[in-house]
Design a protein around this ligand. Structure first.
Ligand code: ZN
Ligand code: FE
Length: 257
């Protein structure tokens, strides 16, 4: 996938259902990896293109996002959340929300998107129109709340929702089919959801990833981004409830689904 600022995005399937991402700048030769579930498929993707890793960005500390770091880091700079430095691989650059940095020639903003874990971060490359959300905002879903509260995750969802409309959402797992079944159970009459599910089914039938997705489609269809949308609240029979209460209900229902 090529985009206006000349960085190339490569989606690398890893493990059973994880995704890692490579961002490559053709002008500078830099290559960044976002999350490192395992080394082999990432090495293969790099070798196929003749690229060498210059940076590894980590969204959160779970094994399925960091286990490949030791084998991949060689000369790469490893970047992750300062708040989680104690449970991430050794960091060369520790970052927090409000501390942008430069990678692959891209001005990169950091957002705290706690909820799945406390200390989970997202990386936004505005010029490339890419955001790397790990297990916070996912295609038609959001990560399970292992550490944070529903209010924290709702706050994180609102930060992602406020990004520019055409932002491409690069999230950490292929969970979209199960997410779609759940979303349809809540919001069966949403025409955007109905048409998106048809596209998801076609993609999976052809063994194609449903990640990345776009913020535009997430805003119209992802139940976790819609906790304050009147039509969605009404569909749930919660039209007078607060957004946090709606989000809490939806996330709890998913855990039981
Ligand atoms: Zn995780
Ligand atoms: Fe994960």
């Amino acid at each position: 996938m090529t985009n206006p600022s000349a960085v190339e995005l490569v989606v690398v399937p890893c493990l059973s259902d994880n995704y890692a991402f490579l961002v490559h700048n053709n002008d500078t030769g830099e290559t960044a990896l976002i999350d490192a579930p395992e080394a082999a498929p990432i090495h293969a993707a790099l070798d196929a293109r003749g690229w060498t890793l210059t940076d590894i960005l980590l969204t959160h500390h779970h094994d399925d996002h960091i286990d490949g770091v030791a084998a991949l880091r060689t000369n790469a700079r490893v970047i992750g959340a300062r708040a989680d430095a104690h449970r991430l691989p050794d960091l060369d650059l520790a970052v927090a929300e409000g501390e942008p940095f430069n990678v692959c020639g891209q001005y990169t903003d950091v957002f705290d998107v706690s909820g799945h874990t406390v200390g989970h971060i997202a990386f936004h490359m505005a010029d490339a129109q890419l955001v790397f959300t790990g297990d916070s905002l996912m295609a038609l879903g959001c990560g399970r709340l292992f550490e944070g509260t529903p209010a924290q995750m709702w706050d994180s969802m609102q930060k992602m929702r406020a990004l520019p409309e055409n932002t491409v959402i690069c999230s950490g797992h292929e969970y979209t089919t199960a997410n779609a079944r759940f979303a349809a159970s809540l919001d069966p009459d949403n025409p955007d959801l109905i048409s998106r599910i048809k596209r998801i089914e076609a993609a999976r039938a052809a063994n194609q990833p449903t990640v990345p997705s776009t913020l535009t489609e997430e805003k119209r269809t992802n139940p976790y981004l819609r906790a304050d949308i009147p039509e969605f609240k009404t569909a749930l029979g919660m039209k007078d409830a607060s957004a946090v209460d709606v989000f809490t209900f939806v996330r709890a229902q998913k855990d039981k689904f």
